[in-house]
Design a protein around this ligand. Sequence first.
Ligand code: GAF
Length: 380
Amino acid sequence: MKDPATLRILHQGRYNAAPLVFAAPGRVNLIGEHTDYAEGFVMPAAIDFATLAAISPRTDGQVVLYAENFAEERSYPADALPTAATGHWSDYPLGVLSILAGEGYRIPPLSLSLWGDVPLGSGLSSSASVEVATATALLGLLGATIPGPLLARLCQRAENEFVGANCGIMDQFISANGKADHALLLDCRDLSYLLAPIPHDVALVIANTMVKHSIAGAGYTTRRAEVEEACAILATHRPEIKFLRDATVEYLDEIPTNSLKRARHVITENLRTVAAADALLHGDLAELGRLMHQAHISYSQDFEGSCPEADTMVDLAQNLPGLIGARLTGGGFGGCTINLVEKRHAAAFSATLKQRYHQATGIEPEIHICHASAGAHPIA
Ligand code: GAF
């Protein structure tokens, strides 16, 4: 579909009403993994895969949700919306409506059509893009606005409290606040951020290992628990440590367990992420690439958040012409690698990586040359 005009026509045909249309993107994280819920730093960019949402009012008292990707519609009384998740795609929009209702927003009878091209289960934040698209569409219908950082927090709450996935703030934040041609360095403690331009001659090459990623899965949940355990151990001696953001590597010999390695990843990743933003702002791409490489090693060896296929994808990229830096992106245990590549080499880089990965693993990967894109916005 890609073209919002097609969703507009589809919605009009189904619901006999001219909709407002909005887009909210997926994301790729350049660096800063499993640091967001430790109140640390992340540096994602919004990408040109997105969820589109078309919305219009109804007069029959119903909230009607339609997902074009699943060709499926669900309908509920606007004054008695479900209050619990059912493991269905509708959990994501319903979660957002539920959180916004809890914040005092009126949920009027409405039709909402969703369509997206963020690949599912690939670690590119399809769920966050559905949440942010839904919230933006509802606010558009109500003629209301919420500042981007708060909107992100409410969508994160929809995922934590309604859907039941214990994610941090990164994905919803970048989907709501991203800027075209920029990466965003976010301080997850106070949600302050700065935008760093991505040079025009640099491409974001996203390579999907085709190993499914899930933040509801055991890997993400276990690692998050280990990070929190490490923090709790440190806090017994140093009550000023509320999150791993507050710790430094010198404290690590106080941690007697496996959590030490997880904590070392988080603490050093925060340092790398801030340094990477600095390198990007100063045009030092070699340093940025070096930090991304270090980040992958730390993610794979200390955090044990990678998988053999992602390690292979990163290794195979190393000596290809044009590579600036490569690492596994997102929540881990599968999903995609992000490769920063000189634009003039991007097409050849992608073709060779695809062929090498297939040869090495027997898996046909999907490789996308993406652009840093705008956060959630209306489509005229
Ligand atoms: C997933 C989560 F949703 C984010 O909050 C973040 O923790 C990320 O994994 C790991 O950096 O995308």
